[in-house]
Design a protein around this ligand. Structure first.
Ligand code: ZN
Length: 727
């Protein structure tokens, strides 16, 4: 029979009278445990170094394997940690302490093996072509065929197990190789030798400068055009003037806080006109070699900067360079232009300068270093260290006792000492799971801040099979009513109508964006669990789809408005230049892109919601899914003000959800039904009379008609879902 494991976490509360003292003492014991774990790590690495342990001693993953190949072989029971000598951890607890160090070393071995395989592949790649070397050193992603080749090379780990690694993981490994290479490379000194030998007048450098100057381009009529060197000066002068104007406008607006911007622009333009004309004259008289000389000067600066930096930084400086934006002042001047133009040229040179240095010699040297790196990986790759205070129990005997009927556990770190804890389970979750046939497994205990936590795995027998075959379900009629809305995307009421006169609500679900995107419906337990996509704290961030959608819609609308403004402007001026047409074309493109993103996200929500509703229906073995007929829709405009969906979209959204549920339900043999339920929001689900609805609260005062003989107070969406289920 298939089984499923789910883990629940509980706080542990000390039974000792002095809570502060109890917390300190458990902290001390956990620290002693952690320091023993780190001592074991050192012992394992030493054993690997002097070959007391072989690679294959780490091949197994079972408790028995660890005990036989590592714990007993190294006589770890004789080793104590020096950190907390007062706390003598007992032998049985020590057997738990080997777990994490063993697996840490095991994955370290696998990782190191992968790194060495990558280096081996890199060496062959680099001798093939220079581009791979440049890409690797720049940290650019490698090409698809190369990634494919690497993923084939990494198919087996060092224990011969087959793994299919993702490209993201392989890229990460390549990054690690690159970091190791850069921080351990001696190529910096080779580079600095090369730099000091570089002759500015050598043909090689002159060719390089020429090539860089020819690499500027502009767009003309949608085509990319290389700017001839002779035109560079005037081309960048125009850009310079435009940038200065922009800068001075910004300055006037935000620094000088001038109110009348039109008047300011008028007088500024008059003033600039004269300056620009005279600058034009000055620049017209500079010698023809002006651009080339400036580039040469900038190249000298780059060489000087590189010559001054330490050899170990050189590699990064050359292969992962950073550039500075060319700055301008608020008044056009000769020096200002030369500075601006110089920076533009310098940036272009910086981005290309590596070409000068990646030569055959460099690659040979690089390969030698990679080879060396491969041989010394075991000393260079960071060794794991255990930082968390965690206690994985791997055998109960003598160290861990649990009595969940009394909600207590006992721990024993030292001989003759048992510490008792109460398991905080106010909702009775343990009891509930046990009643459903779950059995507990050995837990992990952790300390988080001031909290001592028990992470307890439960093994559940899968009830899928038993459910389908039980005679009870054949006669039972489970109906689900679904109320779609915007606050809660869907509210589900699961009704058992086996006895039509006494409907029983088995379960109810409120599905919001959070439930949809941050939680996972466990189809074994029938509960929502938090979705831990990866085991990193930074990815535990909650997704905020609603805000994302709203922002995207705002963005799209803003661009849309710009397009309209632009179109109006157009017709007023009655100009139709190609440049304007192109800009208009670009703007409309961006608008449709933005709306497309909104649409895709909406579709994703619909898809997820459909999937979830069906999962719930299958879990409860429902025979009928009921939705409200949108023709009768009671949704008023007011309800949606400020929501993420535009008013006109809600109807579309609801009908899309219904359509896709209908299709999927028919594939699973579940009947889909639309209910003509006018006034669902005002009707009481139990007595069918009109009640009162205020926001999310529904009240029905006809207590005489209710089974409980009391008035009904209920969430209005849940009431609606029940009305739909019973209609
Ligand atoms: Zn009522």
């Amino acid at each position: 029979m298939s089984q499923a494991t789910i883990t629940r976490s509980f706080s542990l509360i000390s039974r000792a009278p002095d809570k502060v003292e109890a917390r300190e003492s458990i902290n001390l014991r956990m620290q002693a445990f952690r320091s023993l774990e780190n001592t074991y790590l050192d012992v394992l690495f030493d054993a690997l170094r002097d070959s007391t342990l072989e690679l294959m001693d780490f091949a197994g993953e079972s408790k028995a394997h660890v005990k036989e190949h590592v714990y007993n072989k190294l006589e770890l029971n004789l080793i104590s940690s020096s950190y907390q000598p007062k706390i003598k951890i007992k032998e049985r607890m020590k057997r738990s302490a080997i777990q994490y160090p063993y697996f840490a070393v095991r994955s370290w071995l696998i990782q190191t093996h992968y790194l060495s395989l990558i280096i081996r592949e890199l060496i062959t790649l680099l001798s093939d072509s220079l581009t791979h070397a440049v890409r690797f050193l720049q940290g650019d992603p490698l090409s698809k065929p190369v990634m494919g080749r690497l993923s084939r090379a990494l198919r087996a780990d060092c224990f011969g197990n087959t793994n299919f690694l993702s490209h993201a993981y392989i890229s990460n490994l390549i990054g690690q190789v690159r970091n190791l290479f850069i921080s351990n490379s001696h190529l910096g000194s080779l580079l600095s030798d090369q730099i000091s030998l570089t002759e500015i007048n050598s043909t090689q450098v002159q060719e390089f400068l020429e090539k860089c100057l020819k690499s500027f381009s502009r767009k003309k009529k949608g085509k990319t055009q290389v700017i001839p060197i002779s035109e560079l000066k005037s081309y960048f002068f125009k850009l310079y003037v435009a940038r200065v104007k922009k800068q001075s406008t910004w300055n006037a607006k935000h620094v000088m806080k001038i109110k009348d911007m039109d008047a300011f622009k008028q007088s500024r333009n008059n003033f600039f006109e004269f300056l620009i004309d005279s600058l034009h004259d000055v620049l017209g008289k500079v010698p023809g070699s002006f651009t080339h000389d400036l580039a040469q000067k900038m190249f000298n600066e780059i060489l000087e900067d590189s010559g001054n930096s330490a050899p170990e930084h050189l590699i990064k400086g050359i292969f992962k360079p950073f550039t500075r934006a060319a700055r301008v002042d608020i008044i056009p001047t000769r020096n200002g232009f030369i500075q601006y133009f110089g920076q533009v040229l310098k940036n272009q040179l910086i981005l290309n300068v590596k070409e000068l240095f990646i030569t055959g010699d460099f690659i040979t040297e690089m390969n030698n270093e990679l080879d060396f790196l491969k041989e010394s990986l075991h000393n260079l790759v960071n060794r794991p260290k255990i930082r968390n205070l965690a206690l994985p129990i791997n055998q109960a005997e003598g160290i861990y006792e649990a009595d969940f009927s009394r909600l207590t556990i006992k721990l024993s770190f030292r001989s003759k000492e048992f510490i008792e804890y109460r398991v905080k389970d106010e909702k009775g979750r343990i009891n509930e799971l046990m009643e459903r046939g779950a059995t507990t497994r050995l837990p992990v205990l952790t300390i988080k801040g001031r909290k001592f936590l028990l992470h307890l795995p439960f093994e559940l027998p899968s009830n899928d099979l038993s459910k389908h075959s039980s005679p009870e379900t054949q006669t039972s009629r489970v109906v689900i009513g679904v109320d779609l809305g915007v606050k809660h995307l869907a509210v589900l009421s699961v009704m058992d109508l086996t006895d039509p006169h006494h409907p029983v609500e088995i379960a109810r679900y409120f599905i919001g964006m959070r439930t949809l995107f941050d939680k996972k419906f466990n189809s074994v337990s029938g509960r929502f669990e938090s979705k831990e996509r990866f085991n990193h704290s930074h990815s535990k961030k909650k997704s905020c789809i609603k805000r994302k959608l709203r922002n995207m819609r705002h963005e799209a609308r803003n661009i849309q408005r710009k397009v309209h403004e632009y179109e109006n402007h157009f017709s007023e001026r009655n100009t139709n230049s190609p440049a304007r047409q192109y800009k208009h074309y670009r703007l409309t493109k961006t608008v449709s892109g933005a709306w497309n993103r909104v649409k895709h996200l909406n579709e994703e929500i619909i898809h997820q919601l459909q999937h979830l509703i069906l999962q719930i229906a299958l879990y409860h073995n429902a025979s009928l899914l009921k939705f409200e007929n949108l023709k009768w829709s009671r949704h008023s405009k007011k309800k949606y003000v400020g929501s993420y969906l535009a008013f006109w979209q809600t109807h579309w959204f609801f009908s899309q959800v219904q359509e896709s549920v209908k299709l999927q339900a028919s594939l699973h043999g579940i009947t889909f039904q639309l209910v003509n339920a006018a006034y669902t929001s005002q009707t009481c689900w139990e007595c069918g009379k009109r009640g009162r609805r205020e926001g999310r609260n529904f009240t029905c005062m006809n207590h005489a008609l209710h089974a409980s003989k009391k008035p009904i107070f209920i969430h209005s969406d849940l009431n609606a879902a029940r009305v739909i289920a019973l209609a």
